[in-house]
Design a protein around this ligand. Structure first.
Ligand code: PLP
Length: 481
């Protein structure tokens, strides 16, 4: 494929862009319970307009674009007060949860380099429910994740396990509020006590929960303190592009004070071009996401967010009660927010996911890991609230239908046996391709029913899952044939 010789007309161009979307999940229907945080058409329009109005401003240089600096400082201030921070709190706007977490880990690493130079192989202690972004940060930054079990019933971090995992090389503890997988808050107060006692930094991952939890608390939900009010918490991340309903590319990382944040900032005068000083990972960047986040906070206001939170809280309670009443299903933990995980001991949850898809719903499968059995994950969003009764009725039907479909236990056992003792790092491209073909994915198109792939992935050890996925994605992203 080459750049077309002559340009397309505007009409043709936008028609094509629209047509490309035909196979995407239909999130506007309110039946996609993952990926998209939809506050409704009117707010979406405001977000879009704000985004495009600042699309071409470059947030790289606050002296050339003081408007971008102003937007960022105002967003950080609103985030700090939302999360119990005082006047000393500083922070930065980032492109998303992953970038905020990368920066928290980088800051901890460079803080340790400055204050504990004897550490040559730094470690971070992660409850097994901590987001994969911490592993990614460790991978990018040369920091070893030490993963510890969580309570197998509540799925909250086990503070004894965290304490036992601390070594002279530990530079950072991590807690989630809430965890993505089960939507629960870790015991942040206890983690803070450990951090203070051992002189360690503590990051709270509030990427998905930080914005919404304070509203749930105001509506009467039991929400223990998880933010900068908790002694020992040194940094916290919160995404605007989740439950603040900003456009994607919007998160914030906050630090208790400037001394710590100093380790986040990168400057480079060692080349012949313009001198660089970047507080975050990106350098040149559109101010569009900043403007969109600023706009949505100011448009919805506290009142608007409280209203949306009430809708989500009520819908989540209904969904949880409904799931508990469906024979064959059980909740994993009790969610503190609007993220729900449930499993089955009677049917394959992966068939339930496919059956729901056939009925027009998108729900997210989660593979078994540690204390958590394979399960289905729901994000109960405002746009889904009107559908709760239909959702539960179709879920009941999907479970009944799944009873007549094979659970895949034998195939899973065969896969486990076949890969036992194999080092995932040594699998050849052919062997990986065979595994993919076995699951019904040849890398050219996505199958409509995913149960085969999910069952196979679920049966594989996590390192092997990663190897298979890398191969799959390496096939998926390629030039159109
Ligand atoms: C708790 C938590 N942390 C981090 C992230 C990563 O955020 P992002 O996908 O914006 O990089 C997520 C995403 O869902 C999350 O739920």
């Amino acid at each position: 494929m080459r750049i077309p010789e002559t340009g397309l007309s505007r009409e043709e161009l936008f028609a094509r862009l629209e047509a490309f979307r035909s196979d995407d999940v239909d999130w506007r229907s309110g039946r996609t319970w993952a990926y998209v945080y939809d506050p409704g058409r009117e707010t979406e329009q405001v977000v879009k307009e704000a985004f495009t109005s600042y699309l071409t401003e470059n947030a790289l240089d606050p002296t050339a674009f003081p408007s971008a600096l102003r937007l960022e400082n105002e967003l950080v201030a609103m985030a700090a007060s939302h999360l119990g921070g005082g006047a000393d709190v500083v922070g930065n706007f980032t492109s998303g949860g992953t970038e905020s977490i990368l920066l928290a880990v980088k800051t901890a690493r460079d803080h340790a380099r400055a204050h504990r130079p004897e550490i040559t192989a730094p470690e971070i202690v992660l409850p097994e429910t901590a987001h994969a972004a911490f592993h990614k940060a460790g991978h990018y930054l040369g920091v070893e994740p030490i993963v510890v079990p969580v309570d197998p019933t509540t799925f909250r971090a086990d503070v004894v396990a965290v304490r036992d995992a601390i070594t002279p090389r530990t530079i950072l503890l991590v807690g989630s509020a809430v965890s993505y997988a089960h939507g629960v808050i870790d015991p942040i107060r206890e983690l803070g006590e450990i951090a203070l006692e051992r002189g360690l930094l503590l990051h709270v991952d509030g990427c998905i929960g930080g914005f919404l939890l304070p509203y749930f608390a105001r509506l009467g939900a039991a929400v223990p303190e998880f933010d900068l009010r908790v002694p020992g918490v040194t940094s916290i991340s919160m995404d605007f592009h989740k439950y603040a309903f900003a456009a994607k590319g919007a998160s914030v990382i906050l630090y208790r004070d400037r001394r710590l944040r100093r380790h986040q900032i990168f400057a480079c005068a060692g080349w012949s071009g313009y001198t660089i000083v970047n507080p975050t990972v990106q350098s040149a960047k559109s101010a569009g996401p900043l403007a969109a986040a600023w706009a949505v906070l100011n448009y919805l206001g506290d009142e608007g967010y409280l209203r949306l939170a009430r809708t989500m809280l009520e819908a989540t309670r209904q969904v949880c009660d409904g799931i508990a009443a469906i024979p064959g299903l059980r909740l994993l933990g009790r969610p503190d927010m609007n993220l729900v995980a449930f499993t089955s001991d009677e049917v394959s949850v992966f068939h339930v996911v496919d059956e729901m898809r056939e009925r027009g719903w998108y729900v997210q499968p989660q593979l078994a890991f540690g204390a958590s059995k394979e399960n289905i994950h729901l994000s109960v969003n405002p746009s889904g609230a009107r559908w709760v009764d239909d959702f539960l009725a179709d879920l009941g039907r999907s479970v009944e239908r799944a009873r007549s479909l094979p659970r895949g236990d034998d195939a899973a056992a065969a896969i486990r046996e076949a890969v036992a003792g194999i080092d995932p790092a040594k699998l050849s491209e052919e062997e990986l391709a065979q595994l993919l073909a076995f699951a019904g994915a040849d890398g050219t198109a996505l199958p409509t029913r995913m149960a085969g792939i999910n069952e196979m992935m679920n049966a594989l050890p996590p390192r092997m899952r990663e190897a298979v996925l890398v191969e799959y994605v390496n096939q998926l992203f390629r030039q159109p044939g």
